[in-house]
Design a protein around this ligand. Structure first.
Ligand code: DC
Length: 224
């Protein structure tokens, strides 16, 4: 079976993960959060004795990752431990972005991403899903939003979790992470060839999901 794949790439805070999750639910497709894979590797390396690149690659070889999306609740497991919240920490995001510069790490993670969900239709989000991991995806989307808006969204998210935070610091960290993800030599964050660009600055999540659903519906209709 030739499975259908929709890729949603974009910088942090563009809303891609939330949109991808909701769209996968609406279409009944599998969902892969590729950023979570990089975060899991970062989490495991920070909580283990990985000192060298060889240690890191060996650790990736044996990594046991599981995603669960049930009753609208999304969970991420590492070696059967629920790490859904733990990997969302800013420190883990920073470390993930640093590890993501390593070409051997990226190569080691490519098959995990490509084999995910076996042959079922897939919605996936990340930085290089449409450009490198699934270059022949059925539909490619690039989500953006202004830095100010993305930082404000992240600020609200952290505040809603009851953690004190500082908006200008979030903006600075986000800017640095964007630059690292965009300027790295291997698989940088780019707008993939043939993708549809949607600026979400002025839209809420439900509007973006609706927009993408109708783009997909029209495309599917035309292909019939
Ligand atoms: O989307 P996120 O914030 O969960 O991703 C964390 C980091 O992982 C991001 O800063 C860069 C890296 N990443 C990547 O390099 N390629 C991907 N496809 C997904 C994430």
């Amino acid at each position: 079976m030739n499975r259908k794949v929709i890729t949603i790439d974009g910088p942090s805070g563009s809303g891609k993960s939330t949109v991808a999750k909701l769209l996968s639910e609406r279409l009944g497709w599998s969902y892969l959060d590729s950023g979570a894979i990089y975060r899991l590797v970062a989490y495991k390396s920070l909580n283990s004795d990985c000192r060298t690149e060889t240690d890191l690659l060996k650790m990736i070889e044996g990594i046991n990752i599981n995603f669960e999306f049930k009753d609208k609740v999304y969970k991420v497991y590492l070696d059967s431990k629920d790490v859904t919240d733990a990997i969302r920490d800013e420190i883990i995001g920073e470390e993930a972005s640093k590890l993501a510069k390593n070409s051997k790490v990226r190569t080691a993670l490519i098959n995990i991403q490509r084999n995910y969900g076996c042959s079922s239709n897939l919605i996936t989000d990340g930085r290089d899903m449409g450009s490198v991991v699934f270059p022949n995806a059925t539909l490619k989307v690039f989500l953006t939003a202004s830095l100010k808006e993305r930082a404000a969204r992240r600020y609200l998210e952290i505040q809603n979790n009851g953690v004190a935070t500082d908006l200008s610091e979030i903006e600075l960290t986000m800017k640095a992470r964007d630059e690292r993800d965009e300027k790295r030599e291997v698989s940088p964050l780019i707008e993939p060839f043939g993708s549809i660009n949607i600026d979400t600055t002025l839209y809420d999540i439900a509007e973006v999901v609706e927009k993408l659903f109708s783009i997909w519906d029209n495309k599917a209709l035309l292909a019939r």
